[in-house]
Design a protein around this ligand. Structure first.
Ligand code: ATP
Ligand code: MG
Length: 507
């Protein structure tokens, strides 16, 4: 049933070789094979798996334009004179990916032979070839052209960080929600991580909604949403160096003076809490600091106090909220200042990493929307959060603190961070600069694959990197939970506005 055709010798490209082979399709179904489909051949070396790279249609009756024109001039189609369709020919070209021998996959070291039979790859073989984890993995959707669930092993997908890259509206947040659903519905015995979502546009709050349909998943008891006005930094936890990160223009002398003051404050309050105002008062009354340093310090710290982010206690209480199989959504949609958003990301990410290193919170993954705003490539727009995001990318793996970076402008995202993300999931991208970045980011992406990225429909993705043994195209599954209000269409949004807004006075 899955028979496709027979390997042929071909001149262009020459084959069969260990890196390409062609086969003539003899299966008579209307569309027997597709570009991107996996095929298998039983060779003397073992079961060889390949991927269809291109399909050529030929028919020699139509190979000379002048004959076709001449015959059809009289109004008679060529098919009424010659048995043209019998000469319709499909020739597919495929790339060998691996040989399955004694239960393991090896690189192809011997080509298939002309005359060997080509079949559509078996699901089981594909699962093995791609390294999918059907039992315990995260199910993101279906392998394109196959009935194989793309269940990715959690360690391979997340431990060395994940990047989700695509242009606006192509399904990044939707895919991230699917991943969150999978993470939150895992059983304890399968290993559960905590999830922290930096939700810049407030797109994830719907995960915390109770379901209103029977067939909808309800994760409401596992998700906490904290809106940015409720975020508070615990001032006593903030060291002088940390203040220096928050105000990068502070000089080393100012940071050193502040170190002495923070030390004095900590001793004076002996474990009790103090606010930034208390710290400011202490500086005002300090007689030892040179006047100019004092004025500068006060200037920097008053500016921080104005953000209203610095309190006495930490909110949200990360140590208690970051739990296995649970998610904390930090909804930053009410904060417009980029600097303030960067301050929040810096504090939260630094605290998560510190708590994780001390084993106070479980292994976690931090989903960072608009990652290019928090870790940009261009040094002139250095973000306050740059250091900690890069540190998490570099060192997080050892502490089971992983990053899931989401960006619609890969070209503006720090290459240091992007290169640490071992799995990339790429949805539709059409901007040539972004495509160049994608091409440069993985040697697994061929020029042909890049071409396919710009043609992807919404909700289809290319997965490359450590989560899969070979790059694959996936149709992302439907969400089980309710979609966010943002996903309503323009007509619906306009009608809702008219329904609920008071009519304006006509002039
Ligand atoms: N796999 C999918 N199945 C069904 N619908 C999808 C899928 N992926 C995305 N969509 C739809 O596409 C729309 C855009 O998706 P989404 O909000 O995830 O885009 P985005 O890449 O996050 O965009 P932005 O960068 O602007 O935030 C949504 O309305 C969503 O319903
Ligand atoms: Mg989005």
């Amino acid at each position: 049933m899955n028979f496709l055709g027979t390997v042929i010798t071909s001149n262009y490209p020459p084959g069969p070789t260990t890196s390409n082979f062609s086969f003539v399709v003899t299966n008579n179904e209307p569309i027997p094979v597709r570009k991107g489909q996996f095929v298998q051949i039983n060779t003397e070396d073992g079961l060889l798996l390949g991927m269809v790279q291109e399909i050529l249609k030929t028919n020699r009756f139509y190979s000379h334009a002048e004959y076709v024109k001449e015959y059809e001039r009289g109004g008679q189609p060529l098919t009424s004179i010659f048995p043209c369709d019998r000469w319709d020919m499909l020739i597919a070209n495929a790339k060998p990916l691996g040989v399955f021998t004694n239960g393991t996959f090896d690189k192809v070291s011997f080509p298939p032979s002309p005359g060997e039979k080509v079949y559509i790859a078996d699901d089981e073989v594909l699962i093995n070839l791609l390294g999918l984890d059907v039992e315990n993995g995260l199910n993101l959707g279906n392998l394109r052209f196959h009935e194989v669930p793309v269940s990715l092993n959690m360690t391979k997908l997340l431990q060395k960080h994940l990047a989700i890259l695509a242009m606006s509206g192509s399904g990044k947040s939707y895919l991230a929600s699917v991943i969150i659903e999978e993470l939150l519905s895992r059983k304890a015995e399968s290993g559960r991580v905590a999830v922290v979502i930096i939700d810049v546009h407030g797109e994830y709050s719907s995960l915390a909604n109770k379901s209103d349909k029977d067939n909808q998943f309800d994760l409401s008891d596992k998700v906490v949403v904290v809106k940015s006005p409720f975020v508070q930094f615990a001032t006593p936890l903030i060291s002088n160096r940390w203040f220096g990160t928050f105000q990068p223009e502070m000089s080393p002398i100012q940071i050193r003076e502040l170190g002495r003051i923070v030390g004095e404050m900590r001793r004076a309050y002996r474990g009790k809490s103090y606010s930034l105002t208390d710290l400011l008062n202490h500086i005002e009354s300090d007689a030892k600091i040179p006047q100019r340093t004092k004025e500068a310090l006060l200037g920097w710290l008053y500016a921080l106090e104005d953000t209203k982010l610095f309190g006495t206690e930490e909110a949200p209480d990360l140590e208690n909220l970051v739990k296995p199989g649970h998610a904390v959504i930090l909804d930053l949609s009410e904060t417009t200042s980029l600097k303030k958003k960067q301050l929040i990301v810096t504090y939260i990410a630094s605290r998560l990493f510190a708590l994780r290193r001390r084993g106070k919170i479980p292994p976690f993954t931090m989903i960072l929307e608009e990652a290019h705003q928090f870790c940009p490539q261009a040094r002139q727009e250095l973000a306050i959060s740059q250091g900690i995001v890069e540190q998490l990318a570099r060192e997080g793996r050892k502490f089971y603190a992983s990053l899931c970076l989401i960006s619609q402008r890969p070209v503006r995202l720090s290459t240091t961070v992007l290169s640490q993300a071992n799995t990339h999931i790429i949805l539709r991208i059409s901007n040539p600069n972004d495509l160049d970045t994608i091409k440069a980011s993985s040697e697994m992406i061929t020029p042909d694959t890049v071409g396919m990225i710009s043609g992807l429909p919404v909700g289809e993705a290319l997965i490359v990197g450590s989560a899969v043994n070979y790059p694959i195209f996936v149709k992302i599954r439907q969400r089980f939970t309710k979609e966010s209000a943002y996903e309503a269409n323009l007509e619906k949004a306009a009608k809702t506005y008219e329904e609920y807004s008071p009519p304006t006075e006509s002039k």
